[in-house]
Design a protein around this ligand. Sequence first.
Ligand code: PGA
Length: 241
Amino acid sequence: MKKYFVANLKMELSLKESLALLKKYSSYRFDKRKKIIVCPDYLCLAKFKNSDKNIQLGAQNCAYLDKGALTGEISPQELSSLNVNYVILGHSERRFLNENNLLIAKKVKAALDNNLKVILCVGETKEEKNKKFTKSVIKEQINSVFSSLSKVEMKNIILAYEPRWAIGQKKPCLASQAALIHQFIKEFTVKKFNIKVKVIYGGSVNQDSLIDFDKEKSIDGFLVGRASLDFNQFKKIVNLC
Ligand code: PGA
C-alpha cells in the first residue's frame, strides 16, 4: 500500500530558501510506492515550476470561497490553476487562530470542488486528552466535515492525526498510542460513512522516532513539520519506511 509523506514547510523559510529546498525535493527520485507532497507557502507555490514531477504540491490552507471580499485569503480555484494538488486544512495552527469545524468544513468543500485533494488534520489538545475527550473531539471534527460530502468527495480526503500537544515538541506521541487512534478513526469512518480512509500521523516526527511508528500497520504515512526543512532528514524518514 502506498505511503504518504507530507512536508509542511509552514512559514519558516524565505522565498529564496523555499525555492532552493523544493528544487532538492523535486529532483530526487523517491521510491514509487511513496507519495511525496510538499507544502511550501503561497509565494513559493506561485513561483515554483514542478517540472520533474517527482513530488506533488500542496498548500497549507485556502479560503472557503473561490472569489470574493476576503481580505488576505487565497482562493482554492487559484491554487488549482497553479497545479497544486493538495491542501492541508484544519491544521492545529489554524484552529489556534480560531478556525472552527464549521469553517473548516466549508473550506474542505471549496477545495474539493476545485479538484484539490484534502489533508484534513484532526486531533485533541492536552486538556482534552487529560479529560479523556480525544475520541469525541475527533469524531466531531470528522463528522462536521464528512456529513455533507458524497462518497466520491470523501475519497479525496486523507486524514492526519495530529495530537495538538505533540506538535513542535522534542518527541512525538507514543507510536502505540497513535496507532490506537488511527485504528479508531478507520473503524469510525467505516461504520459511520462506509468509507476506508488513509490516516497519516503528524507531530514531532523525526528519523529517530520512526522505527516504532513504522511497525504500526494503521499508520499510512507522516505529516512532517520541522524535519522537512532539512531535505536529508526528510529523505531519511522516507527511506526508513
Ligand atoms: P512538527 O510539525 O513536525 O514540527 O511537530 C508538524 C505539524 O505541525 O504538522
